[in-house]
Design a protein around this ligand. Sequence first.
Ligand code: SAM
Ligand code: SF4
Length: 398
Amino acid sequence: MNNTYCSLAWNHQFIGPGGLCKPCCRFKKEYVLENNDKYDLATSTINEIFHSEFMNDIRANMLIDEPIEGCKKCYEEEAAGKNESLRQRHNKIDEITENIDLRNPKIIFLEFAFSNICNLQCVMCGSYFSTSWIKQDTTGIMDLTIQHHKKYDLPNLNSIKEVIPDLTFIKFTGGEPLLISKYYDILIERAKHPNFENCSLVFCTNLTFFPSDELLDIWSRCKHVVLSASLDGIENVAEYIRYPTEWEDVSENIIKYLKLSDIMDIRVGIRPTIMPYNILSVIEFYEWWEVISSIYYNDDPDKLWSTLTHVAQPEFLSLQVLDKPTKEFIELNLNLQLSRTDSNEVKHHVEHLIKYMNLEDNSHLLNDFKRYTKVMDKRGLTFKDLEPDLYEMIFGEK
Ligand SMILES: C[S@@+](CC[C@H](N)C(=O)[O-])C[C@H]1O[C@@H](n2cnc3c(N)ncnc32)[C@H](O)[C@@H]1O
Ligand code: SF4
């Protein structure tokens, strides 16, 4: 396998807010917009986009190991030693790659993120992905965040209808997927066609909802469901970041999801998004998850999973915004905590985070971080409540 080949270019499209398509979720949007304006489902069908000159060029370049500008995020993660980049991970998934014919690309995998309907205002998110952020009083931070005062949707499903029967892998994100009724329509449509029992589903959810009986019935008929739980910490860390989440509700829901493993093939895992607010509690969080999930998956450890992502945008919320003494403080603290864990997976996650944090010095943006934090603190809990020592290091006050 060469260094740029990605199976997703042969079998997948990502459908972003409003229907703007990209080769995958990590692909840098500006390269889609810069190269052509035809990647929108408002004007083209999904197959026209997938077989466009732009996609054909990407595939041809990958085969001769040429780097693709829009794939930068994967290359950067590979350079930073992340467990696996999206490219590397998908190249290894047999059920996605086994039927690829390099001369005949065909969509079998779609990721749906066309709607931004969401009930939360997570600290690192914004109105592009959450309608609730449109309602947020942004006084004092308008110049720091990009505001999309718009509800995104796909006008109708005709532009994707032709590929639905062939889908064997579907990922639903958003917005909050369990709130988006068109996602349900897509699933009902797929379930009407043959081989639904060979179709795998992925849901990325904020855990504030639990599926209806109708949705559970569909889940039980597919091959398996991967539930990617977007939780970034426990208790007050979760409540600060995923405003206005109640920890009691989400912790109850995650147990309900885990219990579904008694009646269907569901693989629940956690995917925290890491930033200065939760970096010091990340090990405690993984430990909590190991205890909870092993109760349900002890006999089948392959189903136990955790991963992570880190905030890269907005840049002022990235770990790289911290100054050198604060980064050293964090590194020391994490290494001390790591000495009590035996989990190689957790060690790998944390080593990656430290490496990523130290890769760039963006401390010139620290004042933006401080200003933004003060606005977020007005929602109730404060950063100081979560991490008093780290707060003191960054803000220079107790
Ligand atoms: C936009 S959300 C949509 C799906 C669902 N609402 C959820 O939270 O899982 C998809 C993922 O993006 C993550 N995310 C949100 N803002 C981010 C940011 N600025 N940088 C990196 N990931 C982010 C979320 O934590 C979540 O795991
Ligand atoms: S739940 Fe997901 S989409 Fe909603 S605000 Fe949070 S990260 Fe954004």
